[in-house]
Design a protein around this ligand. Sequence first.
Ligand SMILES: Cc1cc2nc3c(=O)[nH]c(=O)nc-3n(C[C@H](O)[C@H](O)[C@H](O)COP(=O)(O)O)c2cc1C
Length: 95
Amino acid sequence: MRINTPVTDREVELSVDTMIVSKTDTKGRITYINRDFIDISGFTEAELMGQPHNIVRHPDMPPEAFDDLWKCLKAGRPWIGMVKNRCKNGDYYCA
Ligand SMILES: Cc1cc2nc3c(=O)[nH]c(=O)nc-3n(C[C@H](O)[C@H](O)[C@H](O)COP(=O)(O)O)c2cc1C
């Protein structure tokens, strides 16, 4: 399990028109992120592209959530759930 630090207690509030989108390959490496993803996460596009998606993993997220995500995706089913992600500066957002 990857532990990204530091973390702050500050939440980045997402406005109603925010749409965070990312795509990965079958190993979970980022192949696409949209403008909102870049702006909210605080990473640059170059820092994100090709990196494992756990680059935004927040330590508060239980490993079981991702076990379930991968089980669903590997079985060809979609996964829907709330994820708390860490921004580059340690803040967090929920999407
Ligand atoms: C399409 C896709 C999107 C993902 N989105 C996230 C995400 O937003 N945040 C996150 O922490 N992990 C996300 N993951 C899961 C990561 O690949 C990884 O399993 C998770 O961060 C736990 O990593 P760790 O076990 O190395 O800590 C995503 C995976 C896929 C395939």
